[in-house]
Design a protein. Structure first.
Length: 302
């Protein structure tokens, strides 16, 4: 906390300059916001709305994405967030035109100094969500755009989509979680293949790697992600969130197998009295037999 406080204190002036630079370079208006949010039942949709730039992220969009995901986290009625891009592309990464337009070295240094563990170029990449998130990927999801996709729990990828660490060509580092999350998802060897070469990955290879969870037809990623989100939102949520939380802990935070198992037990056993008894009663009454998932509809019929 002391370190973060000192960083914030030292960078107050820098943040003011960054804000001025952002205003000079950004163009979000109430009629054409760069990030759109929409509620759809229990789903919280977040869209990057900069299709003329393949939805690359500038300073303003980064903050707006962070604000949108924070709003999702605060909304107890929103069960699943879906991140997507308008106009046929998910996100082409960081806005390099914005970086290239810095007037001098001092502006570039101001930009660098404004970065903190809680303030990163792509926005919400530092966040750890308590609820499921899905990326609906069309077109390009490259560089920082791929890092945003990695931020999400699941990735629904159109068959014509392209993924990759394209920033390799221009000396732009991965500082929005790419080096952290990619190896956890697909393994060190495959992660290094993508990170060191910067090569393009198509949807089929992404599925083989485990980078994509679903491949869908061109133009259907958002619709399929909505269907997936709705199916997840129908489950008992406290149990789902507890299992999700334990999975993330064992992957990123646990010190040993014993530690992970202890965490799982201690943070999940209370669910039995909250949701499991009710669910078990449904099963005993004949609901959900033979692997049927639409148990609410079946219970109404009974």
């Amino acid at each position: 906390m002391t370190f973060l406080s000192s960083v914030v204190s030292m960078s107050r002036f820098s943040c003011c300059k960054i804000t001025q630079m952002a205003k000079r370079k950004c163009s979000s208006t109430s009629e054409n916001p760069l990030v759109l949010t929409e509620r759809m039942g229990k789903l919280f949709l977040i869209a990057i709305n900069r299709p003329e730039k393949r939805n690359c992220v500038n300073l303003e969009i980064a903050q707006m994405l962070t604000d949108a995901f924070e709003q999702f986290e605060r909304d107890d009625t929103a069960a699943v967030a879906i991140l997507h891009g308008k106009g046929g592309n998910f996100c082409a990464g960081m806005d390099l035109a914005e970086v290239a337009s810095f007037k001098d070295a001092s502006e570039a240094e101001t930009y660098v100094n404004s970065m903190t563990p809680l303030k990163r170029p792509m926005g919400p990449s530092h966040m750890r969500f308590t609820k499921p998130t899905i990326a609906a990927i069309s077109g390009y999801a490259v560089a920082g755009g791929l890092e945003l996709a990695l931020l999400c729990d699941l990735r629904v990828v159109e068959e014509t989509a392209v993924m990759g660490i394209f920033n390799r060509r221009f000396g732009v580092p991965l500082i929005d979680g790419g080096t952290v999350r990619l190896s956890k998802l697909i393994g060190l060897s495959r992660a290094l293949d993508l990170i060191l070469t910067g090569r393009a990955v198509n949807a089929e290879e992404a599925l083989q790697f485990g980078l994509a969870n679903r491949i869908v037809a061109c133009g259907t990623a958002l619709g399929q992600a909505i269907n997936l989100g709705n199916s997840i939102a129908k489950f008992p949520q406290e149990c789902l969130k507890a299992d999700r939380r334990s999975t993330f802990y064992s992957t990123y935070d646990s010190e040993s197998l014993s530690d992970a198992l202890e965490y799982e037990m201690n943070h999940s056993k209370n669910i039995i009295s909250i949701e499991s008894v009710k669910g078990a009663t449904k099963f005993v009454e004949g609901v959900g037999r033979h692997g049927k998932f639409n148990i609410d509809h079946q219970q109404r019929q009974n």
